[in-house]
Design a protein around this ligand. Structure first.
Ligand code: 5RP
Length: 233
């Protein structure tokens, strides 16, 4: 007698594709959908293209997502043209059991927060490695105005964080908004709402990558045994 071979674990790429497809269930037919940024969202965009005739189009959170949407024939609207979106679909670098997230690994955090803020519902799509008990192990992205960079770095040092300017090809990365990103390690963010509120008030900070006010309403978590749905009320 031989026992059945154990089910093969899905790769991270397959887990991302799985949740990208699952997110289609949350897209409201006939409406404009908010679209985030990143490798998981790219899977969602590919899936969205299969139902593009059933939606009006998308509001996008980055130049990269806009280009992908348009290449697949999905109309992209400026966020100013749309008052409210039914749903925003985006990934995360970390998400906790309350729907609070760290985002910005793809440097699109400010536009992501803008589109999330105009959406009634945030559906986070992520593979299971993103689920954490406490936010902060992932280096926290913060978009800053370059003339304030060193001051903001010193302010994080007072909180016990070590911040570094994100580089691309040896020079500071420039975001879609023409600004810089610092990534902060050494933080343990136990009060995401308070932390987001405080850091967002520091002069020169455009957006901190903690999404507490714009937390997820739902998370579709890709696991080897299928998509786990977490709802956050
Ligand atoms: C981009 C983001 C992304 O949602 C986050 O970095 C997750 O990306 P990925 O799906 O590639 O893991 O916040 O700014």
């Amino acid at each position: 007698m031989t026992s059945p071979a154990p089910a093969q674990a899905l790769t991270q790429d397959e887990l991302k594709a799985q949740v990208g497809r699952a997110a289609l269930d949350y897209v409201v037919k006939g409406e404009i959908v908010g679209v985030g940024t990143g490798s998981t969202v790219n899977k969602f965009i590919d899936a969205l293209a299969t139902i593009k005739s059933e939606i009006r189009g998308a509001v996008s959170s980055s130049v990269a997502s806009t280009e992908r949407l348009q290449a697949l024939g999905i109309p992209v609207f400026d966020s100013n043209e749309v008052e409210e979106l039914a749903v925003y679909i985006d990934g995360a670098d970390e998400i906790d059991g309350r729907g609070y997230m760290i985002k910005g690994g793809g440097a699109a955090l400010t536009r992501e927060k803008i589109v999330a803020g105009q959406s009634r519902r945030f559906v986070c799509i992520a593979d299971s490695s993103k689920l954490v008990n406490t936010l902060g192990a992932f280096p926290l992205p913060v978009e800053v105005i370059p003339m304030a960079t060193q001051r903001v770095i010193r302010q994080f040092a007072r909180l016990g964080g070590q911040a570094q300017v994100r580089l691309k090809d040896g020079a500071p990365l420039v975001t879609d908004n023409g600004q810089h990103i610092i990534d902060v390690t050494g933080l343990r963010i136990t009060d995401p709402l308070g932390f987001e509120t405080e850091v967002n008030q520091w002069p020169g900070v455009i957006t901190v990558g903690v999404f507490a006010r714009q937390r997820a309403s739902v998370c579709l978590l890709g696991t080897s045994s299928g998509v786990r749905t977490m709802r956050f009320g």
